[in-house]
Design a protein around this ligand. Structure first.
Ligand SMILES: Nc1ncnc2c1ncn2[C@@H]1O[C@H](COP(=O)(O)OP(=O)(O)OP(=O)(O)O)[C@@H](O)[C@H]1O
Ligand SMILES: [Mg+2]
Length: 221
């Protein structure tokens, strides 16, 4: 599904972060990327999500080379294929939970029928993640664990084929972290969504089908 071929990335102040790194991800696979702080996990996730560009190397997504996409092509690729979850939920404070979740739908065009299918799908997601009762609340009125589940549903709103989760349990206690980890797996099983996740948590990483270690710019098994 996703083939990353010998990408390199450096930052002027820091030097080489990713060094001829390669990675193959199959459809429906769940991959954990571990590695010390500053090893380049977020840099790699940003590159996969086309939020940033590699200096060299190729990225092939379902047969298409995407590393040299323009800004517009990158935005389309993100809207159609990628869901993001970050360490902080990044919900917009002045929108309710349901408005936050529906926001990504506004970024893409849908017919009336598509919208009603979407809403059914979203209702199912909200039920499965246990956030149905929070719809009209504002983000500051819900807990961190709840907010992170809302962020997960928002990330899945556009039916992405890949979920990129960067330290998604970093701000949660052990119970909520375990809960979110299980939800990620449920989403993978139910919708076949491919998950690439960066984490410092070995417990979370162990839930994924593959664990890779980012060290000195390379991914090791
Ligand atoms: N936009 C940028 N400009 C300059 N340096 C950057 C930039 N983004 C990241 N870096 C540097 O690249 C290195 C890798 O950062 P990155 O955020 O990818 O690490 P990480 O593995 O995600 O760390 P953490 O576990 O702390 O989240 C760090 O040394 C960081 O300071
Ligand atoms: Mg990071």
């Amino acid at each position: 599904m996703l083939s990353i071929k010998e990408i390199s990335k450096s930052f002027i102040q820091r030097g080489l972060v990713l060094d001829n790194l390669s990675l193959e991800v199959d459809e429906g696979e769940t991959v954990a990327i571990m590695g010390p702080s500053g090893s380049g996990k977020t840099t790699l996730m940003n590159i996969i999500g086309l939020l940033d560009k590699p200096d060299a190397g190729e990225i092939i997504f379902r047969g298409t080379s995407i590393a040299s996409f323009t800004e517009n092509e990158s935005a389309d690729y993100r809207n159609m294929n990628i869901g993001f979850v970050f360490q902080e939920h990044l919900l917009l404070p002045y929108l309710t939970v349901s408005e936050n979740i529906l926001l990504p739908l506004l970024a893409s065009k849908h017919s009336h029928e598509e919208l009603s299918v979407k809403k059914q799908y979203l209702n199912g997601l909200m039920e499965k993640t246990g956030i149905s009762d929070l719809m009209d609340k504002y983000p500051f009125r819900i807990s961190g664990g709840e907010a992170q589940r809302v962020a997960l549903v928002r990330a899945l709103a556009n039916n992405p084929s890949i979920l990129l989760a960067d330290e998604p349990t970093g701000s949660l206690d052990a119970k909520n972290a375990g809960n979110l980890g299980e939800l990620l797996l449920d989403m993978n099983k139910e919708y076949g969504i491919t998950i690439i996740l960066a984490t410092h948590s070995i417990d979370l990483a162990k839930k994924m089908s593959k664990i890779l270690h980012l060290e000195e710019g390379k991914l090791l098994v």
